[in-house]
Design a protein around this ligand. Sequence first.
Ligand code: GLN
Length: 510
Amino acid sequence: MSIETQKSLAEVQSFEGKYPKQIWSLFFSEMWERFCFYGMRGMLVFFMITQLNFGEKEANLQYGATQAFVYAFTFIGGLFADKILGFRKSLFWGGLLMIVGSVLLAIDTHQFFFFGLAFIIIGTGFFKPNISTMVGELYKDGDSRRDAGFSLFYAGINLGAFLGGYICVAIGKGYMLSSVIDEAHRWNVAFGLAAIGMLISLINFHFTKRSLGPIGLQPGHPDAIVKTSALPKWAEYAVYIGTLLLVPLIQVMVSKTEYTDYFMYTIGPLTLLYLFYEMTKVEKVERHKLIAALVFILFSIVFWGIYEQSGGSLSIFAAKNLNDSVLGGAFHLDPNGVNNSGGAFFIILLAPLFGLMWIWLSKRKLEPNTIIKFGLGFVFLGLGFYVLYATRFFAIDGMTSLDIFTVALLVITVGELCLSPIGLSIMTKLSPARLQGIMMGMWFLASAYGQYVAGLIGANMAEAREGDSLMDKLVTYTEGYKQLGLYSLIAGAILIVLSPYIKKLMHGVN
Ligand code: GLN
């Protein structure tokens, strides 16, 4: 056994206690990557409007395009990890690209705006799905502690999101450290901080990866989990060079939002075709499991389409229709700040409790299966949107309660915790080892569609509002949220009705 793989897979997977210790390495790497990603993402719209003089609609479309591309690239990142790079090298390559992108933005945000973003988009594609897949590989098939592990990992995601999402934009806007950073360099420092976050992520991974045993090794490595013949070195270099050649293309595509439409019309059907092709090569039981995974993926598009109003229409709602008093006026907070980081805050608070709750329930044979958890995810999402609707009953002159809005975020977060970490977990349970990366990529591709759909829904709601009074606007938006709440409840009900059929396809996987 080589130096790289100190432990065998069986040794890694037969850990005692609630969590494998390697999960902390992945937790911190993902936390810092999300710090970089959400730091960057949290600055985009504001920067485009105030520094690049984009109109609001244009900025929103641009933002949606970036998000859709980011998540769409996770499919490609997953594919190349499975076939050529392995999870570890993919993660490293993706991290390096994200650092380059953030450094470019830090050097000259105006000049390198789309160029830097293109690096970050591709880099996230190589990083994001593959670290999640490695979490899954820490567990044996059937280990009931897996969902709890993903809940913990999800807390790491949101710790990074919470910190990066708040700190970077606050530095850029001059809310933080304004006495030490002169105005002309605030945005450079803010984007530079995202690069530092990513650097910490990679350093952490580099020094802890040996504890992963064979997890994430390149296909063809003698100790790799899936045994294949060694790959020629040029294949790996071709991926690196191909990625770099893709950067200018992505730069152009993301800067013209109409290309996003063409891209989204093409990438989904193509990946489905590819998946169907892969399905012909596996046995019947594995095929059934992949079909079940696909059902979860399709439902998750609906979930993210509704949920991701947060980055679009809800941020406009927060800016225009929410007051700033929290806990009945005990203190005051920026409603946009609450909209950006409130969900992440609740997740950090609740995820460990959810993790322990799943373990507790499973010991008593009461843990709901994944389909029911997904159904509950939709139910809570729907209820959360009904709470958003209810804000209209607390409005005075078109301004309504930040407290009630925060309750809505809490309810939505409960829904997210029933679906998102469980989704990551179920992808790793239902996919055969050699398709793990691709399936995780498809899971995130659904998020790309969700982001895309969310943008369209949000734009639709915004269009009806030109020239309306604040109260009219509040009524229009909350009416929209009521509709979305209803769709979500319907989706949850359909899932629960379909559950016996999906369960059959899952062949005992829970
Ligand atoms: N907030 C989660 C993350 O960043 C989930 C995002 C998603 O899948 N849309 O990982």
